[in-house]
Design a protein around this ligand. Structure first.
Ligand SMILES: Cc1cc2nc3c(=O)[nH]c(=O)nc-3n(C[C@H](O)[C@H](O)[C@H](O)COP(=O)(O)OP(=O)(O)OC[C@H]3O[C@@H](n4cnc5c(N)ncnc54)[C@H](O)[C@@H]3O)c2cc1C
Ligand SMILES: *[C@@H]1O[C@H](CO)[C@@H](O)[C@H](O)[C@H]1NC(C)=O
Ligand SMILES: *[C@@H]1O[C@H](CO)[C@@H](O)[C@H](O)[C@H]1NC(C)=O
Ligand SMILES: *[C@@H]1O[C@H](CO)[C@@H](O)[C@H](O)[C@H]1NC(C)=O
Ligand SMILES: *[C@@H]1O[C@H](CO)[C@@H](O)[C@H](O)[C@H]1NC(C)=O
Ligand SMILES: *[C@@H]1O[C@H](CO)[C@@H](O)[C@H](O)[C@H]1NC(C)=O
Ligand SMILES: *[C@@H]1O[C@H](CO)[C@@H](O)[C@H](O)[C@H]1NC(C)=O
Ligand SMILES: *[C@@H]1O[C@H](CO)[C@@H](O)[C@H](O)[C@H]1NC(C)=O
Length: 538
C-alpha cells in the first residue's frame, strides 16, 4: 500500500513556468515517419487528428499531461519528435510499421508514472505513443470480469466497478492516476494483495500489438508471451492494448485505522515487533508501516514517527479481537477505527474525502513534484540497532519529506509460486520496503538523490542479497542499465536478476522469440538472446 502521502496525488499546482516552444526539433527521420504514417493509414484525416509535433500548439500540454514526476519535465529532458494519441487499436498498427521502417524509437505511455521517466523520454530520437485515449472499461458483474484498456487509470477502474457493485474490487495499486498499462505489466499491488495477490496474478486475458503490427489475444499470443507480459515490466514485448481482469469479492464494509507512535512513544520496539508478526496476520488484515520525520506534538522537536495504517476486510467487531490477539502492542481501540465501503477506502487511504466518488475519475495528478524511489525486500527482522540507524538518517536535512513504507507480505503472496508469473518476490519475504524522497527545486536534485542512495547503501546488510531483490514497478536506474543500442545479456542481467530473479532467463527467451530485432527497447528492457554474443553489445 501504497498509501502514499496525500501530497503525491492530491492538490495540483503544476502550472509552473509557462515555457515557450522556441526550439523546434526536426529531422529527416521525423518527416519520413510522418509521411509513412499518412501513406499507411487508411483514414488520412483521422490520423492527422492524433499526431502532435512541436509545431502544434497543444504539443506541450499533451506532453505534460501524463508527466508525473518533475525530474523529467525540465527543459533539458529530451523531448519527443512526435506524440501520437490513438483513439482506437487499428491506428497503432501503421505506427509500429512506420517506426520500424524509419528507425524511430518508440516510448509507450499509459499513465506516465514510470519512476525513471522511461515512458516519455529517451536519448535516441523518439516518439511517444500515448494511450491516454484508449481508456474503455467494461465490467461484467455476473462473470466478475472486466476488460480494461491500457490508458485507463486505476481510479477509473475502481469507480466503474463500484458503479456496478459495491462488493467487487480489484487488487491493484492505490494512486488513482496510475495507468493500467504500465502498472499491471510490472505486477501491481494494493490494499487487497495479502488476500488476492497482485494485479498481474488476476489477469485472465489480454490484447497486445506485437512488433509485426499483429493484434493478439491470449490464445493467439500463446502462453509464454502471456506469461511474460504479466509482471515482466512494460515496454519489452509489444504494446499492451487491454487487460481482461478477474474481479475479486470485497465485503460490504471494510475497517481502517491509523495509529502513530514516535520513538519517544516506543515506536522502535513496536516496529521491531511488527516485523515478526505482520506477515502472519489473517489474510483479511493488512497493517502497513510508514516511517517519516515529524515535529513532536508534545514539544515540537524533530522526531521519527511510525504510522501503522490498516485496511481490514471486515467489520470492526471482528477486527478488534483479532488485533488484541495478534498485535496487542498497538493497543487498538474501537474509536481508532472507521468502517466504510471498499471503494471509499481507496479515497480515504489516499488522503481524500470519501465523497464524492467521482474524484476517482480525475486523471490529473495533483501536486507534481520531484521524486526518487527505491525498493528492497526483507527476509530477516532488522535489529533495533539497525532500525535506529535508519532513524538517524531521517534526521538529515534532505529527509524532511522522505518516507519509508514497509509492506508486509505473507497471505496469498506465499501461496503463489515464484515462477507463476515473472514477478518473483513471494514466500520467504517478511516485507517490502519502499523508499521515497520528494523535493521542489530542480537545482537540489543531486542532494536528495544522494541522500536516498546513502540510505540504500546503509540498508545493504539488512535486506536480500545475491541478488538484492527490487520491485520493477519502482523502477530504479541506479541498479543497472542496458548498453545503448543492442545491449548484452550479461549487462542486462545486472538489473534483470534483481527485478526477476530466475525468471529473467525465461523473459529473455520470450523476448528473443517475439521481438528478435529489439524494436521495443529502453534502458531496462529485456534483451533478445542474439546480443549475448554480439560484440557491439560489449
Ligand atoms: C504516485 C505513485 C503511486 C504508485 N503506487 C503504486 C502502488 O500502489 N502499487 C504499485 O504496485 N505500484 C505503484 N506505483 C508504481 C507504478 O505501478 C509504476 O510506476 C507503473 O509502471 C506505472 O504505470 P503507468 O502506466 O502509470 O506508467 P507509464 O510511465 O505510462 O508506464 C510505465 C512503463 O511501462 C511501459 N508501458 C506503459 N504502458 C504500456 C503499454 N500499454 N504497453 C507496453 N508498455 C507500456 C512504459 O513505456 C514504461 O516503461 C506508484 C507510482 C507512483 C508514481
Ligand atoms: C482534478 O484534480 C486536479 C488536481 O487535484 C484539480 O486541480 C482539478 O480541478 C480536478 N478536476 C476536476 C474536474 O475536479
Ligand atoms: C510543461 O512542463 C514544463 C516543465 O514543468 C513547463 O515549463 C511548461 O510550461 C509546461 N507546459 C504546459 C503547456 O503546461
Ligand atoms: C498538428 O499540426 C499539423 C500541421 O499543421 C496538422 O496537420 C495536425 O492536424 C495538427 N495536429 C492536431 C492534433 O491538431
Ligand atoms: C517523462 O516522464 C516523467 C515521469 O513520468 C516526467 O516527469 C517527465 O517530465 C517526462 N519527460 C518528458 C520529456 O516529458
Ligand atoms: C514497547 O513495545 C514493546 C514491543 O511491542 C512492548 O513489549 C513493551 O511493553 C512496550 N513498552 C512500553 C513502555 O509501552
Ligand atoms: C517542523 O518544524 C520546522 C522548524 O520549526 C519547520 O520548518 C517545519 O515546517 C515543521 N514541519 C512540519 C511538517 O510541520
Ligand atoms: C540490433 O540488432 C538487430 C539484429 O542484428 C538489428 O536488426 C538492429 O538494427 C540492431 N539495433 C541497434 C540499435 O543496433
Amino acid at each position: 500500500m501504497v498509501m502514499k502521502t496525500p501530497t503525491i496525488c492530491s492538490i495540483l499546482f503544476a502550472f509552473l513556468v509557462l515555457f515557450s516552444c522556441s526550439w523546434t526539433v526536426s529531422s529527416d527521420g521525423q518527416q519520413d515517419f510522418l509521411q509513412c504514417l499518412s501513406l499507411q493509414s487508411k483514414d488520412h484525416t483521422s490520423i492527422s487528428n492524433i499526431i502532435y509535433t512541436p509545431e502544434n500548439s497543444s504539443y506541450s500540454s499533451i506532453l505534460n499531461f501524463s508527466i508525473q514526476n518533475l525530474r523529467f519535465a525540465s527543459e533539458t529532458t529530451p523531448k519527443p519528435l512526435v506524440i501520437i494519441t490513438p483513439v482506437n487499436e487499428y491506428q497503432i498498427q501503421p505506427v509500429i510499421y512506420c517506426a520500424k521502417e524509419n528507425g524511430m524509437q518508440i516510448r509507450i505511455r499509459s499513465g506516465g508514472h514510470d519512476l525513471e521517466g522511461l515512458s516519455n523520454t529517451s536519448e535516441e530520437p523518439f516518439f511517444i505513443l500515448d494511450l491516454v485515449n484508449l481508456r474503455e472499461i467494461n465490467i461484467d458483474v455476473e462473470k466478475k470480469t472486466a476488460w480494461v484498456q491500457a490508458g485507463a487509470r486505476l481510479g477509473e477502474l475502481y469507480y466503474r466497478i463500484a458503479e456496478k457493485s459495491r462488493t467487487l474490487g480489484f487488487p491493484s495499486g492505490v494512486c488513482p492516476t496510475v495507468g493500467a498499462g504500465g502498472h499491471i505489466s510490472g505486477g501491481g499491488f494494493g490494499t487487497l494483495f495479502r488476500k488476492y495477490g497482485l494485479a498481474a496474478d488476476n489477469v485472465i486475458d489480454s490484447r497486445i500489438i506485437d512488433v509485426n503490427g499483429r493484434i493478439l489475444d491470449r490464445k493467439s499470443m500463446g502462453e509464454d508471451l502471456f506469461w511474460a507480459i504479466r509482471g515482466g515490466g512494460g515496454a519489452s514485448f509489444g504494446v499492451i492494448l487491454a487487460w481482461k481482469l478477474q474481479l475479486v469479492d470485497v465485503p460490504e464494509k471494510v475497517t481502517l485505522f491509523t495509529i502513530s507512535r514516535t520513538v519517544e512513544q516506543n515506536a522502535t520496539n513496536i516496529v521491531h515487533r511488527w516485523q515478526y508478526i505482520a506477515h502472519k496476520f489473517d489474510k483479511d488484515l493488512l497493517v502497513v508501516v510508514y516511517i517519516r520525520r515529524v515535529n513532536s506534538s508534545q514539544d515540537g522537536r524533530r522526531t521519527i514517527q511510525a504510522s501503522f495504517q490498516s485496511l481490514f476486510l471486515g467489520g470492526v467487531d471482528r477486527l478488534l479481537p483479532l488485533m488484541h490477539q495478534s498485535f496487542p502492542d498497538l493497543g487498538l481501540k474501537r474509536e481508532d477505527c472507521t468502517e466504510m465501503s471498499w471503494i471509499e477506502s481507496n479515497l480515504y487511504i489516499y488522503g481524500l474525502p470519501v465523497e464524492p466518488l467521482d474524484v476517482l475519475l480525475n486523471r490529473t495528478q495533483a501536486n507534481k513534484r520531484y521524486v526518487k524511489e527505491k525498493s528492497d525486500y526483507v527476509q530477516k527482522p532488522i535489529s533495533k540497532n539497525g532500525l535506529e540507524g535508519i532513524w538517524k538518517r531521517f534526521f538529515e536535512e534532505e529527509a524532511e519529506e522522505a518516507q519509508l513504507v514497509f509492506n508486509p507480505y505473507g497471505g496469498r503472496m506465499d501461496e503463489i509460486s515464484e515462477s507463476a508469473i515473472p514477478f518473483p518476490h513471494r514466500a520467504g519475504n517478511l516485507y517490502k520496503i519502499n523508499y521515497a524522497v520528494y523535493w521542489d527545486e530542480e537545482e537540489a536534485s543531486e542532494r536528495y538523490i544522494n541522500w536516498i542512495r546513502r540510505l540504500y547503501s546503509y540498508m545493504a546488510p539488512y535486506v536480500t542479497k545475491f541478488p538484492r531483490a527490487t520491485y520493477v514497478n519502482y523502477r530504479d536506474l541506479d541498479i543497472g542499465v542496458n548498453n545503448k543500442g543492442n545491449t548484452s545479456y550479461a549487462q542486462a542481467s545486472i538489473w534483470g536478476l534483481k527485478y526477476f530473479k530466475n525468471n529473467f532467463n525465461k523473459l529473455v527467451h520470450v523476448k528473443t522469440k517475439v521481438d528478435p530485432s529489439n524494436f521495443f527497447r529502453n534502458e531496462q528492457s529485456i534483451p533478445p538472446l542474439y546480443s549475448m554474443w554480439t560484440k557491439n553489445g560489449k
